[in-house]
Design a binder for this molecule. Sequence first.
Ligand SMILES: Cc1cc2nc3c(=O)[nH]c(=O)nc-3n(C[C@H](O)[C@H](O)[C@H](O)COP(=O)(O)OP(=O)(O)OC[C@H]3O[C@@H](n4cnc5c(N)ncnc54)[C@H](O)[C@@H]3O)c2cc1C
Length: 411
Amino acid sequence: MAQPKIVILGGGFSGLFTALDLAGTGEVTLVSDEDHFLFTPMLYEYLSGEVEEWHIAPKYSELLEENVNFLKDEVEKVDLTSQSVSLKNYPDTLNYDVLVLAVGGITNYVGVEGAEENTIPFRKIAHADRLRKLMVSALDGLPPDTPPQDVRNALTFAVVGAGASGCELSTKMADLLLDACKRRALHGEPRVLVIEMGDRVVPGMGDQIREFVEDALRQSHVEVHTLTRVISVKSDGVIFEHNGKREELKTSGVVWTGGVKMRPLLDQLDAEKTPKGLLVIRPTLQLSKSDNAFALGDIAVYPDASPTLAGTAQLAFQQASLASQNVKALLNGKELRSKHFEELGEAISLGTERAAVLTGGKAFGGAIARQARFALYTSRLPTWHHRLRVGASWFFEGTTPRPLLPLGFER
Ligand SMILES: Cc1cc2nc3c(=O)[nH]c(=O)nc-3n(C[C@H](O)[C@H](O)[C@H](O)COP(=O)(O)OP(=O)(O)OC[C@H]3O[C@@H](n4cnc5c(N)ncnc54)[C@H](O)[C@@H]3O)c2cc1C
């Protein structure tokens, strides 16, 4: 009998881990528009050089064995009726018996004028590379005798959004820039701002962890601007509003961590969606009206999960195991399962020296939390082989940040 065709779209936390669990079950094909997985929780450490690209962005060719076909291509259309997928470059349509939709979200600029054109998003290796280069070139433009005020102006960077991502990023940037100023014997300090519409930082996290975050923002000299709305972004600055007053700030760079929205690919999908465009799924992860199509991760609203898990790798990772179990059950004519998903804890990187971790209801911070976070994330990387290689590298070669060196010395 012909092997059932299982097609998985997207190779992030939900797609890759589902593919790894399903390897050898029928003919499994994973499609992704990138040639590598990305362990996003450590993209900040990649920016600061605490980790290397190969640690957090291993190629699929290293992770997948021969029992999973990998296609690097962009999915252009999914037809649930004819059970087929069209790709941008691959000439044939892919037909499936079972489909797993796991394409994740994209940066949401919430209609702010100039934001898409003039800010750097922070979701990919390429974004971190661009941001690092921007900081290096701002530093390279400063001779050692530059007056402190000019140093401050030239090293003004804004991060939009003070969720976990904005706080992790701004503390890393501030620590890196501060360290570079000292190494280059510059007088004065950089200025890193985090701009947040809400009334507090890390709004989705509990008070215990927030205390550590606020303390780290202070220690890294990050300026926090809450209740402040970004009105527009220009090539050399940002205009924001606080208490009804508008202000324009000249910047050397603005990073946008202001939210996530659904991909245009999902617009054409004939499936039930929420008003925000997320896919409606059953507790078995099946689309509400298609038994042989599953959706998980950032693109779907799971009916039985702790609300703080929405849009997290934690949820996508846990769902992948349920998805693979249910795909197997469907193919074997067995009953599909559902599961309640709880938060496993929180871990947040804070600058280059510290982190904060919440586990078992208790939060702790500092250098020990940084080590704990590295240990925790080693265990969450894909495949035993990769985990062992990375764990050994972190243990023996260390995780010291790489300073922002002049352009010719950067690698
Ligand atoms: C910088 C950053 C830090 C984060 N830190 C944390 C954290 O500490 N803890 C946490 O729980 N969560 C964190 N998250 C959130 C987490 O990354 C997401 O919730 C998680 O990645 C969602 O998994 P997913 O599989 O749904 O989507 P993704 O991981 O985004 O994967 C989607 C995949 O689909 C591919 N794809 C998309 N469109 C197409 C197409 N048309 N054709 C082919 N391939 C396509 C993409 O290239 C990608 O490989 C972070 C996110 C970011 C950006």
